[in-house]
Design a protein around this ligand. Structure first.
Ligand SMILES: [Zn+2]
Length: 279
């Protein structure tokens, strides 16, 4: 085993653990952001939503607490939402994928830990929170698109460092992000104008402006198509398997977030491949 492979594996494990720990903080955000609680309340003790018993470190250990307690509160045995381990595991997996796939892992030149990686980690975590809060409450907290926008700044800074200045590559990177800001969000804004805000919410507009700033215009356009396909698939499956049990409006935000996460990896490749196919 080459040293760079060993280093990549080692850092991946550390990032996965870090991702699950931050994931348990994201669960707190998902629970508390829609309640409008102030950030200074985030350091409050965690408690069981059912019996209000204070939760200790042994109850809050990412992934493992939920597994060992078989998804039940230690004190009152009320079921704990599978959202907790799912968010923790997803966040851990996304951190590893960001490092290995998007940043290339460790090479002879370095560890692969960079400003850009930090940007991607923030991007995926914010998408996760935005998706989950939107699914449960039909709102996307402003804090999440702001974090995504900051992630875009980190990625631009990373590109500038890699290019060592305002090279043509860096300039085209920035132009692509500038167009990305309005490519999908501009379309959403028009839809909101035409429908009087009924078909498209402000949260979706701001989310896709920030995502476009991170991914560039090609990938954010593909993300929109991916979101539409995922949303249609979900609606179809729901109709087939749940019939009348589940009704109500399905928010678009979770699908936009999923499409955006996917397109961080394959968005530009799909866009360019699609053009090659037809032009
Ligand atoms: Zn309890």
């Amino acid at each position: 085993m080459q040293f760079t492979h060993f280093l990549t594996a080692y850092i991946s494990i550390v990032l996965f653990v870090l991702g699950t720990v931050i994931g348990s903080f994201l669960n707190v955000l998902i629970y508390r952001l829609p309640l409008g609680l102030k950030f200074d309340r985030l350091s409050d003790h965690s408690f069981c939503p059912n019996c209000k018993h204070r939760l200790y470190a042994k109850d809050l250990f990412p992934l493992f607490s939920w597994l060992f307690l078989r998804g039940k509160c230690r004190y009152c045995k009320a079921p704990i939402s599978p959202r907790y381990p799912i968010v923790e595991a997803l966040n851990g997996v996304m951190y590893v994928l960001a490092y290995v796939v998007l940043c290339g892992g460790a090479t002879e030149q370095g560890t692969g830990l960079s400003l850009g990686l930090l940007g991607y980690l923030a991007f995926f975590s914010a998408l996760l929170v935005a998706a989950w809060v939107d699914a449960e409450h039909q709102i996307i907290p402003d804090s999440q698109w702001i974090v995504i926008f900051v992630a875009g700044l980190l990625l631009a800074g990373d590109k500038l460092i890699a290019e060592k200045g305002f090279t043509p590559d860096f300039v085209s990177f920035i132009i692509s992000r500038g167009i990305g800001l309005v490519a999908v969000s501009g379309l959403f804004f028009l839809i909101a104008l035409v429908t009087g805000g009924r078909a498209m919410g402000g949260g979706d507009i701001k989310l896709m402006a920030a995502v476009g700033f991170v991914l560039g215009w090609k990938a954010v356009v593909v993300a929109l198509f991916a979101a539409a396909i995922l949303g249609a698939l979900f609606a179809l499956l729901r109709k087939l398997f749940f019939k009348k049990k589940m009704r109500g409006v399905v928010p678009f935000g979770p699908f936009l977030a999923a499409g955006s996460a996917l397109c961080a990896f394959v968005g530009e490749a799909i866009f360019d491949g699609y053009l090659d196919l037809f032009l």
